[in-house]
Design a protein around this ligand. Structure first.
Ligand SMILES: Nc1ncnc2c1ncn2[C@@H]1O[C@H](COP(=O)(O)OP(=O)(O)OP(=O)(O)O)[C@@H](O)[C@H]1O
Ligand SMILES: [Mg+2]
Length: 366
């Protein structure tokens, strides 16, 4: 049975003088989970990771790994290993010696260490690279060696602090998929730090979105995107349109809201938990709008506008639709599944109608 609370962070804070780098955070990470910490620079990701590794002690609070309190446990006695952003592999050692470095105090025989190093080279898809010098490797290969060195001791938890940050986009995307597959293979818990939302979404089972030392929401990539709980999370993950609104009441399952630029909106998002009165932000993703050039046969959740700007991006197009009652145009994204030989241009000022499903109008608080 895998533990749900393999890592348990309980009311944990880290203060540096007056800076609350981590501010009263509590959550659990499951065994064998690929868990990411996502947030803007300075939000406390590295500080939290360093507390898990034992390089920092919490100012307040407790961290448990596999049920064991970690207070006072030094880094080398924790069942964790850390991979740093600037993949520190030793430049004067060859690949084999770099990977074997982690085993130097293991008490294993040379033959056993050699066998383990070969296994690791197999795992990171660099078999036969043992004798290569560190300077004879590409950035992506060095990154994989750093991973192998951290994995060879078979830690229960691997902490990765922006490990792909130094790689170019293409290599980075390839490494994301490889790292994910490798994590599935070895079945250990990964805590992965990144400020890149696409990277976090590609790899993670769950993501904690952080801001100013706090955790805003922890969820699967799909839930964070489709049903963000607060405005800040909706804004941080992907693109979204916000409309100032106020709740008028309930009509069956839907919440009726008047929103600037959309008129009356019927929303079923949030279900029974949706607020029943007060000011609210209506939020709709660009691709959740349907754009049509003929007036649709809809009596609710429809708005008329004019295309103010358009960008043809090949697979999809982006439209910016000016509507009455809202200063900023509404961002709309449409897939170009059909061939469009005449792209809509910014100058065309065409009249359009936007419609959306009741479920796609999210009702968010600040
Ligand atoms: N040793 C320290 N002494 C004082 N302040 C620190 C120390 N380490 C971190 N901080 C501060 O704590 C806050 C969080 O820093 P942290 O390194 O955890 O952020 P981060 O989310 O990893 O950012 P980045 O994405 O830029 O790496 C920042 O305001 C930072 O200046
Ligand atoms: Mg950092």
């Amino acid at each position: 049975m895998l533990r749900d609370d393999y890592i348990a962070i309980k009311n944990t804070s880290k203060h540096f003088g007056s800076v609350k780098a981590v501010d009263d955070i509590s959550f659990d990470i499951a065994e064998a989970e690929f868990f990411s910490l996502l947030g803007a620079s300075g939000c406390g990701k590295t500080t939290l990771l360093r507390m898990l590794a034992g390089f920092e002690q919490p100012t307040i609070g407790n961290i448990y790994i596999d049920g064991q309190p970690q207070a006072g446990v030094p880094p080398h006695q924790r069942p964790v290993n850390m991979v740093f952003q600037n993949y520190a592999i030793f430049p004067h050692l060859n690949v084999h010696k770099n990977i074997a470095y982690g085993m130097r105090k293991s008490g294993l025989s040379k033959a056993e260490v050699d066998r383990k190093v070969d296994e690791m080279l197999e795992l990171i898809k660099l078999p036969g690279y043992g004798a290569r010098g560190a300077h004879q490797l590409s950035g992506g290969q060095r990154q994989r060696i750093a991973l192998a060195r951290a994995l060879i001791k078979q830690p229960k938890v691997l902490l990765l602090d922006e490990p792909l940050g130094a790689l170019d986009k293409k290599l980075r995307e390839q490494m994301q998929l490889e790292l994910r597959a490798l994590q599935r293979d070895v079945g250990i818990t990964f805590v992965f730090v990144t400020h890149d939302q696409e990277e976090a979404m590609t790899m993670s089972d769950r993501i904690a979105v952080m801001s100013l030392g706090k955790v805003l929401q922890i969820d699967t990539p799909t839930s964070l995107y489709e049903v963000p709980q607060i405005k800040e999370v909706a804004d941080f993950i992907g693109t979204i349109n916000f409309f100032d609104g106020s709740i008028k009441g309930k009509e069956g399952d839907s919440t009726v809201v008047t929103a600037a630029g959309l008129g009356t909106v019927h929303s079923t998002a949030g279900g029974a938990a949706a607020p029943t009165s007060g000011d609210i932000t209506v939020a709709i993703r660009p691709e959740k709008f349907n754009l049509s050039f003929q007036q649709p046969n809809a009596d609710r959740n429809v708005v008329e506008g004019v295309i103010q700007a358009a960008a043809y991006l090949g697979d999809r197009s982006h439209y910016y639709v000016q509507v009455e009652g809202r200063d900023a145009p509404i961002a709309v994204a449409a897939q170009n599944a059909e061939r469009q030989m005449q792209a809509i241009t910014s100058e065309s000022h065409e009249k359009v109608w936007l419609t959306w499903e009741q479920d796609f109008a999210l009702l968010l608080t600040a």
